[in-house]
Design a protein around this ligand. Structure first.
Ligand SMILES: NC(=O)c1ccc[n+]([C@@H]2O[C@H](COP(=O)([O-])OP(=O)(O)OC[C@H]3O[C@@H](n4cnc5c(N)ncnc54)[C@H](O)[C@@H]3O)[C@@H](O)[C@H]2O)c1
Length: 432
């Protein structure tokens, strides 16, 4: 998965977090980081800030040279020109009082013009976009943005986390199969190359680690994996595992370990933020549906247990419902089967806040990717699957969805990075 025992370069100077998309998730993340820095908030939900290396009784942040929050600086892109304070107000996640407490900081973050094409996010139209003759020119413009953001913030290095809208589902195309084909396609304006892939390409070309928080096809193509390996830069993805899927990857492994049958799993969501508006489009919904649905196929293997999971009917629905804003609600109805074939039902009703769950993931992924980069780990970082609905793993590696196995993988990677022996109580724990 990853090599071990390397020297991790120390954290020096500032770390720039580059954020395509200055919407609900990004602004909630930014406001939270600043509130924590000002001692106005506590980092609920963040492993990098609160977690321990299991079995050692040591904080992760103490055992590993993570970039401290004080040394984080930020830059973003969006198709709307409003600064982070205005964008946060429009997103409607945080109260006026919480925003007022960090308004001066949020007002300093002005998005750079985006690489955007409404062909890939059909329900959004914004004025703050770049225009160039080819996709190669657009990639070069992003590289210049990164250079400039590094210079103006005085950062020594950067990571990029895609927090922009979900693009429409696209199938892998021949131009995704190698770096050579990809670069020719950039020049030829091939429609198979999406804006998020242009950001990912620019980041990797600039030696910047990249993570994809959305479900669309982005760095998870052979061409960009090849580039990541070639330039020695880590990548991770995809689709932040926050609400319903987070719980699904806890409940399904529990049912499977007890060898209870599962006949049906119906997952419904309502949400009223801009993300929900974008997901009303069939193309973007297809991308989201694929990452949400894929989870159960792996966790409840029909081939190994045809009597238990062979007839599993899994349906996922997402509805845009404006009154809820970012306060998403999800319902899961799970039809399970026990001893002698008797049916039982589980209902889960999660009244969550989408961006409140996503913000600490952005922080952890950014800090861990930067750490991996400083350790010389490059290419796909499967160990970060803990944070994603559809973990991006190295080709040929099995995909792991079980949250607790993912947690163990993450802990193992952190132990390697901290030069701690792997023999620990975790060693015998729940490997599938
Ligand atoms: N909130 C969660 O719990 C959660 C979980 C998993 C995944 N996600 C994904 O994270 C992403 C962000 O979610 P959100 O709630 O902040 O959405 P949002 O709509 O509030 O913000 C997305 C922003 O991206 C901008 N944008 C769109 N295309 C862009 C481009 N090419 N370049 C730059 N900016 C662009 C939009 O204008 C918008 O401001 C979505 O793709 C969502 O599906 C969110």
């Amino acid at each position: 998965m990853v090599p071990g025992g390397e020297h991790v370069l120390p954290h020096v100077g500032r770390l720039l977090i580059l954020l395509p998309g200055l919407g609900a998730v990004t602004t909630t993340f930014l406001a939270g980081v600043e509130a924590i820095r000002r001692k106005l908030a506590y980092p609920f939900g963040s492993l990098s800030q609160l977690g321990e290396i299991e079995g050692e009784g040591r904080a992760i942040a103490e055992a590993l040279p993570l970039a401290p929050l004080e040394d984080l600086v930020f830059a973003a892109w969006d198709i709307f020109p409003e600064d982070a304070y205005e964008a946060a107000r429009q997103a409607g996640v945080l109260t006026e009082a919480d925003l007022a407490a960090v308004a001066d900081f949020l007002r300093t973050i002005h998005p750079m013009p985006a690489v955007f094409d409404p062909q890939y996010v059909r329900r959004l139209h914004g004025p703050h976009v770049k225009h160039a003759p080819t996709k190669r020119h657009l990639a070069e413009a992003l590289c210049r943005d990164i250079e400039q953001a590094l210079a103006t913030t005085g950062a020594t290095r950067a990571v990029m986390v895609w927090c922009a809208s979900t693009e429409v589902h696209v199938d892998p195309a021949p131009c995704h199969s190698s770096l050579k084909a990809f670069e020719a396609a950039l020049e030829a304006n091939d429609p198979a190359i999406t804006p998020s892939q242009i950001y990912a390409y620019a980041a990797l070309r600039m030696g910047v680690p990249y993570a994809n928080g959305a479900p669309n096809l982005s760095a998870d193509i052979p061409a960009l994996e090849e580039l990541a390996d070639m330039v020695g830069v880590p990548v991770a993805g995809k689709d932040f595992k926050t609400g319903q899927t987070f719980l699904k990857t806890v409940i399904a492994p529990a049912l499977r370990r007890r060898l209870l049958g599962v006949q049906g799993w119906f997952s419904v969501n309502i949400l009223g933020n801009r993300d929900g508006w974008v997901l009303e489009d069939e193309g973007s919904f297809r991308a989201k549906e694929a990452t949400k649905r894929g989870v159960l196929e792996d966790l409840l293997p029909a081939d190994r247990y045809p009597r238990l999971y062979g007839d599993l009917y899994h349906k996922v629905r997402i509805h845009y419902y404006p009154p809820r804003g970012d306060a998403k609600e999800s319902w899961d109805t799970i039809d399970i089967v026990g001893w002698m074939g008797y049916p039982m039902h589980i209902k889960v009703n999660f009244q969550c806040r989408d961006s409140i769950l996503a913000a600490p993931i952005v922080l952890d992924v950014a800090l861990f990717l930067d750490l991996a980069h400083r350790a010389g780990w490059s290419g796909v970082q499967s160990w970060l699957g803990f944070y994603f609905k559809s973990p991006h793993v190295r080709r040929g590696e099995p995909v792991e969805h079980d949250l607790f196995v993912q947690y163990e993988q993450l802990q193992r990677a952190l132990r390697l990075l901290a030069h701690l022996p792997l023999a620990s109580p975790l060693e015998g724990y729940s490997e599938r």
